[in-house]
Design a protein around this ligand. Sequence first.
Ligand code: FES
Length: 96
Amino acid sequence: MVSDISADTGTLRVVHEGEGVCLYNLQGDICATQDRCPHGNASLADGYLEDGTIECPLHQGVFDIRTGKPQCPPVTTDLRRYEVRVEAGTVYLKAE
Ligand code: FES
């Protein structure tokens, strides 16, 4: 549910088809990417959300959430993104 996304962090880790996924609430726009940082063993749901980007909590790599593109070192690999559909507050995901 959209309402399960933390109002404090703007993120929520869920499991979709066996994979960790991070949901983001970008001022009402719900987005989703892989949860595990491609640089190491960190959950992006524990990261810092700001202006449509997520900062990894481990080495502070930053990704653009809507594109999945890395924004600064040390991250160099795109995040896997998910197509998001919201119906009656329920979030449905489809891998892109
Ligand atoms: Fe995310 Fe290193 S684990 S930047």
